[in-house]
Design a protein around this ligand. Structure first.
Ligand SMILES: Nc1ncnc2c1ncn2[C@@H]1O[C@H](COP(=O)(O)OP(=O)(O)OP(=O)(O)O)[C@@H](O)[C@H]1O
Ligand SMILES: O=C(O)c1ccc[n+]([C@@H]2O[C@H](COP(=O)([O-])O)[C@@H](O)[C@H]2O)c1
Length: 261
């Protein structure tokens, strides 16, 4: 890092939306993989990472209350000095489109960056209220960019009929850009998608973690111990909790259907 000219780099914030039900080590790995990759491009300096758990009204089966999902993410990310949890999306009364969550964060960054444009340390601490890396000694140019971080399975959801609005996919991929942890991909906006090679395959899935918990199997080393303790303490994932939102349509589908009328 010392040998590269950091003044030429674009400061970057990565935002991941999802259920995080519960957060796993793999969710946290996505950020580490993405940061390493973006640094290697020589173009970007990742100054912050944000986990944005979806709101309760998303309607996904087995979705634990947002207050628990947010707390688990906070517990898990205590060990990260650059990724934090943003509960704004989770606190909205209705489900929020991902593009809206990105726009909200972007406007926040823009507003603050007008006041202070001199160092990555300030960006990190003052603009996003996120934890920061030890970047104070490096002076970066310009306001930070925001990109959407996701796993490859997330991209498959773009093809589910009625789930996403086309202009939202266009904006997310075309204007913001994706950092996608994937093995292969072909896409119209590939110049704006940073594909990060998953050099160690890790199939940890929150769904499988919940299934294991219902069966009384150990999930140690799949999640941080602090999250496992929290789940036990609040008895979060049971046969009953998995029935929550069963046969309920996802809010993006009903919302889209309404706007089509
Ligand atoms: N094992 C994994 N490998 C790569 N990316 C992942 C993995 N697990 C989750 N992700 C990514 O993490 C983000 C948040 O995931 P989210 O919590 O919404 O779903 P999930 O982990 O697939 O959970 P569930 O099993 O409950 O559907 C998404 O971008 C998803 O693609
Ligand atoms: O913005 C949209 O139109 C949209 C449509 C479907 C899903 N999403 C988001 O994608 C994420 C999917 O999470 P999950 O757990 O269902 O994989 C979650 O954050 C949703 O808000 C967003």
């Amino acid at each position: 890092l010392d040998r590269v000219d950091l003044t030429a780099r674009i400061p970057l914030v990565l935002l991941a939306c999802g259920s995080f039900n519960p957060i796993t080590h793999q969710h946290m790995r996505l950020f580490e993989l993405a940061r390493g990759h973006m640094h290697q491009t020589g173009q970007y300096e990742v100054v912050g990472g944000i986990v944005s758990p979806v709101s309760d009204s998303y309607g996904k089966q087995g979705l634990a209350l947002a207050k628990h999902r947010v707390t688990m993410a906070q517990l898990a990310l205590r060990t990260s000095d650059w990724v934090t949890v943003d509960d704004w999306e989770s606190q909205q009364p209705d489900w929020t489109e991902t593009v809206m969550a990105m726009r909200y964060r972007e406007s926040f960054i823009c507003k603050r960056s007008k006041k202070c444009v001199d160092s990555a340390l300030k960006y990190s601490t003052m603009f996003f209220n996120v934890k920061f890396q030890m970047l104070g000694k490096y002076h970066l140019q310009g306001a930070p960019q925001l990109k959407f971080l996701c796993g490859a399975d997330f991209l498959d959801t773009f093809r589910v009929p009625g789930l996403w609005q086309n202009d939202h996919v266009e904006e997310l991929v075309g204007r913001f850009g994706l950092v996608c942890i994937s093995r292969d991909l072909l896409f119209k906006h590939r110049q704006n998608i940073f594909l990060v090679h998953e050099w160690i395959r890790n199939e940890i899935s929150s769904t499988e973690v919940r299934r294991a918990l219902r069966r009384g199997l150990s999930v140690k080393y799949l999640l941080p111990d602090s999250v496992i303790e929290y789940i036990k303490e609040h008895n979060l994932y049971t046969t009953d909790s998995e029935l929550k939102n069963k046969d309920v349509d996802l809010r993006p589908l009903t919302k889209q259907a309404l706007s089509d009328c």
